[in-house]
Design a protein around this ligand. Sequence first.
Ligand code: ZN
Length: 174
Amino acid sequence: MTVIIEYWFVMIRSIRTYPDKVLRSVAKEVAELTEDIHCVCADMLETMSAARGVGLAANQIGVPLRIIAVEAGTDKQSAPLVIINPQIVDSTGEESGEEGCLSIPGYYETVKRSRGVVVKGSSPDGDELRLECEGLLARACQHELDHLNGILFIDRLSPVKKQLFKREYSKEKK
Ligand code: ZN
């Protein structure tokens, strides 16, 4: 009997932090679900879990492609999920909530977002995904989709808070 052992190296990747330029890049569509893409997806889940995040965008680990991972403990959707080429196709309501970002460690601020969103995309296996989400999951999806467009949650703060962030955060990092 031949035993074939497949080695699958899943890596925890380092998370790029503000003001890394890759966080400002607009991520490109994934054209084909290759083995490399599967690797990136597996690494993203591992990295998100290790960092105890509820979401991660591929450009946060330096891969400028439209892939996000989200995790939100609701009844319907409790498992972490990878979405390739995600798009918000519908949104409802408005809600303010506190947000943080793995790329801006230690900084939290209130951000206004849609309360509910419908996200379309595909799974790493190529299955079509349609996600109707609310609450934390909806917030995570909007935050991660922003990342793919080079937008950070600090961009959504009021001008005064933006100024405050720049002053406090750059002081802290010195
Ligand atoms: Zn983030």
